[in-house]
Design a protein around this ligand. Structure first.
Ligand code: ZN
Ligand code: ZN
Length: 284
């Protein structure tokens, strides 16, 4: 009943609403199956998986030391790439079931189109299945100002950008792609990850994982939930509930068309912050 042969017909991939169970797959086969799970289950498993007690147990001794020590300043691109790749493995093992390494085609550090035309600092492209991290972004004044505001070093910021993009990658890789499931993902009101990928499905998981990571590291974790959700709100004309806003650490709800003095600092920050993800559905 879980045969992949169903996938030839996207409408009947899970007849009778039967989905593969993500926890069961992890427990019994030690791996997850691409595009096989009910979207809200994918968000929920990320949300709950990271609270297990042994979150560091899958890491090597060296990796645990990387997590627990302050992040040293990296003086050149090669060192930064190495740092990002190390953290990719660490995040994968801690939060993403150790599965993303096998799924992602690669991490790009150079992309002229993304940097020059769209000014992004990170992106996930589901078609190419690539993550992009712009480790050269320190040249911009906008980022320098932003990092002063959020009390982060460049290195800490790149690690958080990676964490943010890996969460998109996990959701995109494991959610079922049949038409009803794609609709759920796009719908903010049904709890999906929205048209830009920053709806409740993503934000709930990201916020929970961010807290867990913050309790383990000595530096300031900021996965850019606030700015990303605000963009999604604007794009969908969506106002999250007060409990969602408080879960995601968004203290000043944005009222469309009504800019109050209280809204101003965060709005300015949003516009000065380089976009983390492109607004295109293809690349987010
Ligand atoms: Zn489906
Ligand atoms: Zn994003």
């Amino acid at each position: 009943m879980f045969s992949k042969s169903f996938s030839t017909n996207q409408e009947t991939i899970h007849p009778n609403n039967i989905y593969r169970q993500i926890e069961r797959d992890y427990k019994f086969q030690g791996a997850l199956t691409r595009h096989s799970y009910y979207p809200l289950d994918v968000g929920n498993i990320l949300y709950s998986h990271c609270t297990r007690n042994n979150i560091l147990s899958s890491l090597t001794k060296d990796e645990v030391a990387i997590v627990k020590n302050p992040i040293a300043t990296k003086t050149n691109a090669a060192q930064r790439k190495n740092m990002v790749m190390n953290w990719f493995d660490i995040f994968d093992k801690m939060f993403f079931f150790g599965n993303l390494r096998k799924e992602i085609n690669g991490i790009d550090f150079e992309d002229d189109e993304l940097v020059e035309e769209l000014n992004v600092v990170g992106a996930y492209d589901p078609t190419e299945n690539h993550i992009f991290i712009n480790i050269h972004e320190e040249k911009t004044l906008e980022l320098k100002k932003y990092l002063t505001l959020v009390h982060q070093s460049y290195e800490e910021y790149f690690i958080c950008v990676l964490f943010h993009e890996m969460t998109h990658a996990f959701i995109s890789t494991y959610c079922c792609v049949c038409r009803p499931c794609r609709k759920i993902r796009q719908s903010i009101t049904l709890g999906g990850d929205g048209r830009q990928g920053h709806g409740p499905l993503w934000a709930d998981a990201m916020a929970r994982m961010q807290v867990i990571l913050q309790n383990l590291v000595k530096w300031n974790v900021n996965s850019c939930i606030d700015d990303s959700v605000r963009e999604e709100m604007e794009f969908n004309k969506w106002e999250p509930s007060p409990s969602q806003l408080s879960r995601w650490g968004i203290t000043r709800p944005r009222i469309p068309g009504k800019l109050t003095a209280a809204d101003l600092p965060s709005r300015v920050t949003v516009h000065r912050t380089p976009r983390r993800c492109t607004p295109r559905r293809r690349m987010r």
